[in-house]
Ligand binder design. Structure first.
Ligand SMILES: Cc1cc2nc3c(=O)[nH]c(=O)nc-3n(C[C@H](O)[C@H](O)[C@H](O)COP(=O)(O)O)c2cc1C
Length: 363
């Protein structure tokens, strides 16, 4: 990245003039010049491979869960993944059949690991697991699904050992029909809210209060995620110095990024996913999470602008180090956040015709 310090550096100037003279000499010879140009393009193409190599390294390190990898995020993801199967099984229509033996046993093992490694037993992920096991046991009993006692005795024995329960986490539950307080609380429909959200590139200096950010994060948490593993995190950067250090690594915020009182780093933890077949999940979950986050900000009167994280591996690594972000967390995007001024202008950003986007399949 060309920083002002590099430009005012005498050795950088010398290097630039040496390159310029070489370029001029080559340009004088058309065949040499086209050869040089072709070679340069090929080298560039080969160098692009480093992006893919970086991804492979990341995936190998974070996605293959070994026994030793029982950190909180990964353990929670494994637990959620397994009891989500039980939760799903309990809401499936159709005749009742035995289901969920393997996931139920896995949940018991993972809960024991949770307890043995001193994880908080008040954590909703843990209590959710217990409530799910309790509901699963009730289902097996009510529908007489486990007559040969394959799994029910083990589940009941485990439930006797753990007293933790929460009425709020009882599963399954009826589909919520009322709106979540705060989402569209002023009576706007979702479409109106979607229409009102635009990328804002002008901000007032006043920071967005923590309660608004918290509410937006809560809305983001309501976004769907693959097997409910919830890999996303938001890191809010607020001081001028830290924002500057962050935004210097991003190429799409010039001219306005510095005005945003807060910038969020949205990450998704690859440790929540099994293997390379799930390599895109962090980005999919991250995109859905981001959408809920920025819509909720809009709903609460706050502007935002997503900022791409299309950076070379070295930049990605540098920002991970700068903000102590664990390597397993992929940076999905940054989000510039702030109240826009009353006369704020936004680009028209026209959309494609809906007929180009929505197609009804006919054979
Ligand atoms: C993942 C993502 C990355 C983006 N990166 C940038 C960026 O770096 N700089 C910028 O000014 N806008 C950025 N945008 C905003 C888009 O330009 C904007 O969403 C698009 O033009 C549509 O306009 P609207 O958001 O006002 O509806 C980004 C949007 C997304 C979803």
């Amino acid at each position: 990245m060309n920083t002002p310090t590099e430009i005012s550096n005498p050795s950088a100037i010398q290097r630039a003039s040496w390159k310029d003279s070489l370029k001029r000499a080559l340009q004088a010879q058309p065949r040499l010049w086209s050869g040089y140009w072709r070679t340069k393009q090929q080298i560039r193409r080969v160098l692009l491979l480093r992006f893919f190599l970086y991804d492979i390294r990341h995936t190998l390190k974070a996605m293959y869960w070994g026994e030793g990898q029982a950190d909180r995020v990964t353990l929670a993801a494994r637990l959620l993944f397994n009891y989500h199967k039980l939760e799903k099984g309990m809401v499936m229509p159709g005749p009742r059949r035995m289901f969920g033996v393997e996931p139920a046993l896995a949940v018991i093992i993972l809960c024991r690991l949770w307890i043995a490694t001193g994880r908080p037993r008040s954590d909703p992920v843990f209590i959710g697991a217990i409530e799910t096991l309790a509901a699963y046991a009730r289902r097996l009993q009510e529908s007489a699904l486990d007559l040969s006692g394959i799994v029910l005795p083990k589940v009941l024995a485990f439930l006797n050992e753990v007293p933790e329960r929460s009425a709020q986490l009882i599963t399954p539950q009826p589909l919520p029909t009322s709106r979540v307080p705060g989402l569209g609380a002023d009576g706007t429909s979702f479409t109106e809210l979607a229409l009102a959200r635009r990328s804002v590139r002008e901000f007032q200096s006043e920071p967005v209060p923590a309660n608004i950010l918290t509410r937006a994060a809560e809305a983001a948490q309501l976004a769907p995620s693959a097997c409910n593993r919830q890999p996303c995190r938001l890191l809010i950067v607020s001081t001028d110095e830290e924002k500057q250090a962050l935004l210097a690594h991003q190429n799409g915020n010039r001219g306005f990024g510095h005005l945003a009182p807060q910038v969020a780093i949205l990450t998704a933890d690859e440790g929540c996913f099994f293997d390379a077949s799930e390599r895109h999940e962090p980005y999919i979950d991250g995109g859905l999470f981001a959408m809920n986050f920025i819509l909720s900000l809009r709903d609460q009167g706050v502007g935002s602008c997503c900022l791409n994280w299309c950076v070379p591996p070295a930049t990605d690594l540098a920002v991970h180090r700068l903000f102590n972000i664990p390597q397993s967390q992929r940076i999905i995007m940054l989000v510039a956040i702030g109240f826009e001024p009353p006369d704020c202008m936004v680009p028209r950003s026209p959309r494609r015709a809906t007929s180009d986007v929505l197609l009804f399949y006919k054979n």
